[in-house]
Design a protein around this ligand. Structure first.
Ligand code: NCD
Length: 320
């Protein structure tokens, strides 16, 4: 996929590897403007006459609603298609390629947002599509808009995106959010220290660790959150991804392996932040919600702002 150097106009966003530091600057500036607009309760009409379609083949609450709301805040028409795996012609065997072209033709959509269980789904969709495609989560591999909203949250909460000590905890094998976020942090932070905390069976793929080390990240793998929590600036918790396990037994074996409790939080720095893409199951004790350092509910609000900015930058040519 093409790199996004500065302009997002008419580009696909399929993989976080397309993003450059300059593109992030452009995006975050627009995101801050979108934030103001929402906080002032002043919906815009910049995307009036445009249509955004969402094609979701997997469950979603945050990503689906925030893309939908993002389009509406900017005055676009929306075609929200949840339950594609059950109700669309995919059930009859239609390919992703034919479906994306179909939805464009039947709705007049100017942009497609897709979530799908296959790793290469968004790339295939983008290649076939006649209009830009945004990846809203593909298989076990990528979730670029989540990584961008995560980075925006880190910047907002800690005031920086460099010299970070970050812990990724939970399901590092099947989870897609930490893979995209890891790539983004490695790109931006030459002093990044990454602590990968998981059960031995849920470790981050070797290939990614190798790539990140080659790019200068210092990486440690461990099974003990207790040991590393005092070092961290960012603690990024994730859900064990039940849907990818071959048997319920296997899932049961690892599911409660790493749980964040108020007691563990006592060991963390005062300025550390706890993030989670959500949904959570039992990896964060709800008691932790009261701690100021728990930012996961603020984090998801960044998703609305980032997605508004992306829709706007992709659909409208910027005046310079
Ligand atoms: C994540 C996803 O779908 O990958 N959810 C999200 O978009 N916030 C995380 C998950 O499902 O565990």
């Amino acid at each position: 996929m093409e790199k996004i150097k500065r302009s997002f106009y008419q580009q696909n966003l399929v993989a976080i590897g397309q993003i450059t530091p300059m593109a992030i600057r452009v995006l975050f500036k627009e995101t801050a403007a979108m934030e103001k607009l929402v906080l002032k309760k002043k919906p815009a009409i910049s995307l009036r006459g445009r249509t955004v379609a969402e094609l979701f083949y997997q469950p979603s609450t945050r990503t689906f609603t925030s893309f939908l709301a993002a389009a509406k805040w900017l005055g676009a028409m929306t075609i929200p298609l949840h339950g594609m795996a059950t109700y669309s012609s995919a059930v009859k065997g239609e390919s992703i390629e034919d479906t994306v072209r179909t939805v464009h033709q039947t709705t007049g959509a100017d942009l497609l947002v897709i979530r799908h269980p296959e790793d290469d789904s968004a790339e295939r969709a983008a290649q076939a599509s006649w209009v830009p495609v945004i990846n809203a989560g593909s298989g076990k591999k990528e979730h670029p808009t989540q990584a961008l909203l995560d980075l925006y949250t880190i910047k907002k909460e800690l005031g920086r995106t460099i010299k970070l000590k970050v812990g990724f905890v939970g399901d590092l094998k099947y989870g897609r959010t930490i893979k995209s976020l890891g790539k983004l942090l490695v790109l931006l932070d030459s002093k990044l220290e990454l602590f990968l905390v998981s059960s031995p069976s849920l470790r981050m793929p070797r290939s990614l660790i190798g790539e990140w080390r080659q790019q200068g990240a210092r990486i440690q793998e461990t099974t003990s959150l207790k040991k590393v929590i005092p070092l961290l600036d960012v603690l990024y918790m994730t859900r064990v991804q039940k849907e990818w396990f071959k048997s319920h037994q296997e899932y049961q074996k690892v599911k409660g392996a790493c749980v964040l409790t108020p007691k563990l939080m006592e060991r963390a720095k005062k300025k550390m932040i706890v993030m989670h893409p959500l949904p959570r199951v039992d990896e964060i004790d709800p008691e932790v919600d009261k701690d100021r350092r728990a930012v996961y509910f603020r984090q998801m609000r960044s998703g609305l702002y980032i997605r508004m900015a992306l829709l706007k930058l992709i659909l409208l040519k910027q005046q310079r």
